[in-house]
Design a protein around this ligand. Structure first.
Ligand code: PRX
Length: 669
C-alpha cells in the first residue's frame, strides 16, 4: 500500500503533462474506476464555451457514492460519521454512524417518498437544512432518482429562499424544524414558511415541504407540510438508481456575482463525479485500507450549503470509501476547543477548513488545541480565500505538529472541484501559495489580450482547457454565462490560422475560462492568488456580491443610496464596509439615534440576505464620491474603509473633492 498516491514531483510532472497532452486518454482511465451503466462513446466534446464529458455514457452519482461500495462487499463500513452540537453532561455528544448499507437503505426509502410526492427525474428540489445526516440522505436520494438539488445554506434568510425557489421553479422543499448553532436554534422551518407564504398564489408556489424533526422546537405544520419520519416509515426499501446521462443536471448551487441577484451554477453528473472523486483522492491522499492500525477518517468543516460541502463532504468523498465526518454546529460550542475535541474523539486523519477559522483559532489561543491529542492528523487543508503566511505557519506548527503537509486548495463554485493545490507528500509548499495546477488543469496568468504574463507579474487567472468538473452554465441565463466567464479575450485570426484553435471557437468570444481572480506566478511557476477582479468580496471564505448588499440596504426606507466595498478584517479576511446616504427625513438627531439606525440597518441586511452579509462598518455620508459620469469611485471607498486616509489615489475624475474630505473625517463603526 503506498503511503502517498503521488509520491514525487517527477511523478506529478509526468502525469500532469499527460493530462494536458492527452486529456481524453487520461480522464477515460480515471472514469473507468467508477461505475457506468453504459459506457461513453466520446470522452470530450468541446465547443467553447460548452463542454460535454463522457458523451453518451450513463451513470448515477448516488450509485457511485453508495451502492457501488455495497456491491463490492463494503456495506458494513462507515460512510458518514456524524456528531451533533449539543453535549450531554453524562453521555457526551450525540454520534451517529451510517454505513454504506445504511445509506443505501435510507436513500432508497427517502427517494421512494419523494416519488410519492410527485418528484420526478429532471425536477429541482430545494434543500434548506442544518448539518444533519438527513441532509446527506436527501441530496443522495435526489441523485438516486435523477432529481437535481438546489441547496440553500441554512444561514440565509427567507428572502434568499424566495429568490432561489423562483429562479429554479422548485416545487418541493426539504427542511428541518430547526438547527443547532452555538446552543441556539435556527428557525429553519419558520423561514421556509415565510418564503412559502410569499410565493402562495404565484406560479412559483411551493407544493410540498418535507420536515426533518431535529430540535423539536415549536413549529406550525401546514397542509403542504409532511414529516420526514412519517414519509419514510411508509416508503418501500427498494429503489434502483436511475441511469443518468453524463450531462444530466446533478445540482444547482446559487452563488454571488457582480449583480444584485445570485446565479444558479449548473453542474452535471458524469464529469463532476469523476473530477471530485479524483481530486479528493489525490489532494487528501484518501486510501481506505492504508493502515489497519489507524484507519483514515476525513473531516471537512464546511457546511454542505456551500460547494466545498457538496464536493468534499459528499460527492468526492463517498466514492473513495474513507469515512466522511459531518459536524452539526459551531467551532466554539460549548468551548473554543470543540474542533480539537472532535479530532481527538474520532481520530481524524485529514482535516479541511477555511483560513478565517484558522485565524479565529489563533486568536482564541494555543491552549485549546494543546489540550487535545491531535497526533492522528496526517494532512491539513484550507480553502475559500488566500491564507496569510502567519496563519499558515500557525496551522502547520500548532495543529499539524510540524509533520502534516498543508494543501492550500484554490477553486470555485464554478470549477466544481479543486484546481490549483499542492499534493501532500509531493509538492514542496510555500506559505500563502496554492502552488501548482492539478491534473487536467491548464492554468495561466494572462493580460487583457489573452497573452501569458511573465513571472511575478499580476494578471487574470484563466483556465485554457476544459476540465470534467467545470460548470455547464448559469441556470436560465445563457448570456450571463458567456459574459461572465468567456468574454475577456478575443480569439485572433492569426492563432486560428496557426491551427492553435479549432474552428468552432471562431463563434465564441473566448475559448478560455476566466475565473474572476487576479493572480501571479512566481519563478517556480507557483500561483499566488491576489483577489477578485469583480464586485465580489470574500467574507470568511464566503462569496458575496457588493451589489446584493447594496440592494438590501436601499430596500430600507431610510436609505437613498449605498455603496459597499470590502475592507481588511483580522478574522474574516475581508469585512463589509457600507457607505450610506440617508433620506433627509431619516437623518438621526444624535449619536444614540445614529447607533440605533446602524443596528437597524445591519439587522435589515441580515433579514434580506443572511447574517453573513451584515456590514461590519456603516458610515453615513451626505454624498458618495463619484466620477463626472456618475460612477461611484469604489477604489476610493476601499482606501477610506481600509483607513488609508492619506489616499494616494488618482482623484482627477472625482466630481466633488469635499466628499472625499468628509468621508475620511466621518466617524467609523
Ligand atoms: O477568490 C477565490 C477564493 O474564493 C473564490 C471562490 O469562492 P466560492 O465559489 O464561494 O468557492 C469557495 C470554495 C471553493 C475564488 O474565486 N478562493 C477559493 N480558494 C482560495 C481562494 N483564494 C485564495 N486561495 C484559495 N485557496
Amino acid at each position: 500500500m503506498p503511503k502517498w498516491h503521488i509520491a514525487s514531483m517527477d511523478e506529478y510532472k509526468s502525469l500532469h503533462k499527460r493530462s494536458i497532452d492527452d486529456p481524453e486518454g487520461f480522464w477515460s482511465e480515471i472514469a473507468k474506476e467508477l461505475h457506468w451503466f453504459t459506457p461513453w462513446t466520446k470522452v470530450l466534446d468541446w465547443n467553447p464555451p460548452d463542454a460535454k464529458w463522457f458523451v453518451g455514457g450513463t451513470t448515477n452519482a448516488c450509485y457511485n457514492c453508495v451502492d457501488r461500495q455495497v456491491e463490492a462487499d463494503h456495506g458494513d463500513e462507515t460512510a458518514i460519521l456524524w456528531e451533533g452540537e449539543p453535549i450531554d453532561a453524562d453521555s457526551g455528544p450525540e454520534i451517529r454512524c451510517l454505513s454504506y448499507a445504511d445509506l443505501q437503505h435510507e436513500t432508497s426509502k427517502f427517494a421512494n417518498a419523494l416519488k410519492v410526492l410527485g418528484v420526478k427525474k429532471g425536477d429541482i428540489v430545494t434543500i434548506y437544512m442544518g448539518m444533519v445526516p438527513e441532509l446527506a440522505i436527501a441530496m443522495l436520494a435526489c441523485a438516486r432518482i435523477g432529481a437535481a438539488h438546489s441547496i440553500i445554506f441554512g444561514g440565509f434568510s427567507s428572502q434568499a429562499i424566495i429568490d432561489r425557489v423562483q429562479d429554479a421553479k422548485s416545487k418541493t422543499i426539504i427542511t428541518c424544524d430547526g438547527s443547532w448553532r452555538r446552543g441556539s436554534i435556527v428557525p429553519l422551518k419558520a423561514n421556509v414558511d415565510a418564503a412559502c407564504d410569499q410565493l402562495e398564489g404565484t406560479p412559483e408556489a411551493v407544493e410540498h415541504v418535507v420536515v426533518v424533526k431535529r430540535c423539536e422546537n415549536d413549529i406550525t405544520m401546514y397542509p403542504r407540510d409532511e414529516w420526514y419520519h412519517d414519509l419514510v416509515a411508509e416508503a418501500p426499501t427498494d429503489c434502483p438508481c436511475e441511469p443518468m446521462d453524463a450531462e444530466d443536471m446533478l445540482f444547482l448551487l446559487y452563488t454571488s456575482g457582480s449583480t444584485g441577484k445570485p446565479k444558479g451554477i449548473l453542474h452535471t453528473t458524469g464529469g463532476y463525479m469523476v473530477y471530485t472523486y479524483f481530486t479528493a483522492k489525490n489532494v487528501f491522499n484518501l486510501i481506505p485500507d492504508a493502515d489497519p492500525d489507524q484507519k483514515q477518517v476525513y473531516w471537512c468543516t464546511a457546511d454542505i450549503g456551500w460547494v466545498t460541502g457538496h464536493s468534499y463532504i459528499i460527492y468526492g468523498l463517498l466514492p473513495n470509501r474513507v469515512p466522511t465526518l459531518m459536524y452539526e454546529g459551531a467551532p466554539n460550542h460549548p468551548g473554543p476547543d470543540r474542533f480539537w475535541d472532535i479530532v481527538e474523539r474520532h481520530k481524524v486523519t485529514q482535516f479541511y477548513t477555511a483560513p478565517t477559522a484558522i485565524r479565529a483559532f489563533m486568536k482564541w489561543g494555543d491552549q485549546h488545541p494543546k489540550a487535545h491529542d491531535l497526533s492522528s492528523l496526517k494532512v491539513l487543508g484550507t480553502v475559500g480565500e488566500p491564507i496569510n503566511p502567519e496563519a499558515w505557519m500557525w496551522y502547520h506548527r500548532v495543529i499539524g505538529g510540524e509533520r502534516c503537509p498543508i494543501v492550500d486548495t484554490w477553486w470555485q463554485t464554478e470549477t466544481g472541484g479543486q484546481m490549483i493545490s499542492p499534493l501532500p507528500g509531493c509538492t514542496p509548499t510555500k506559505p500563502g501559495s496554492c502552488t501548482l495546477p492539478l491534473f487536467g488543469v491548464d492554468a495561466a496568468i494572462l493580460d487583457e489580450n489573452g497573452n501569458e504574463q511573465p513571472a511575478n507579474t499580476g494578471g487574470l487567472l484563466a483556465i485554457r482547457k476544459p476540465w470534467p468538473g467545470m460548470l455547464r452554465g448559469i441556470y436560465g441565463d445563457r448570456q450571463r454565462f458567456i459574459d461572465t466567464y468567456w468574454s475577456a479575450f478575443k480569439v485572433d485570426d492569426q492563432q486560428l490560422q496557426e491551427g492553435e484553435l479549432s474552428s468552432p471557437q471562431r463563434n465564441c468570444p473566448s475559448p478560455y475560462y476566466l475565473a474572476g481572480d487576479s493572480s501571479r506566478r512566481d519563478e517556480d511557476g507557483y500561483f499566488w492568488i491576489m483577489g477578485r477582479i469583480d464586485d465580489v468580496i470574500n467574507v470568511s471564505g464566503h462569496r458575496l456580491g457588493t451589489m446584493e448588499v447594496e440592494s438590501a440596504l436601499v430596500a430600507h426606507e431610510s436609505v437613498v443610496e449605498a455603496a459597499v466595498v470590502g475592507m481588511p478584517h483580522e478574522i474574516k479576511g475581508t469585512g463589509i464596509a457600507a457607505f450610506v446616504t440617508l433620506a433627509p427625513t431619516h437623518t438621526p438627531a444624535d449619536k444614540a439615534a445614529t447607533d440605533a439606525l446602524k443596528q437597524t440597518l445591519r439587522a435589515h441586511v441580515g433579514n434580506e440576505i443572511g447574517a453573513i452579509a451584515k456590514p461590519d462598518m456603516i458610515r453615513f455620508t451626505d454624498a458618495l464620491p463619484k466620477t463626472r459620469s456618475g460612477k461611484i469611485m469604489r477604489r476610493l471607498l476601499r482606501a477610506v474603509a481600509a483607513g488609508e486616509t492619506d489616499t494616494n489615489q488618482d482623484t482627477t475624475t472625482l466630481e466633488d473633492f469635499s466628499v472625499l474630505a468628509k468621508l475620511t473625517e466621518s466617524e467609523g463603526g
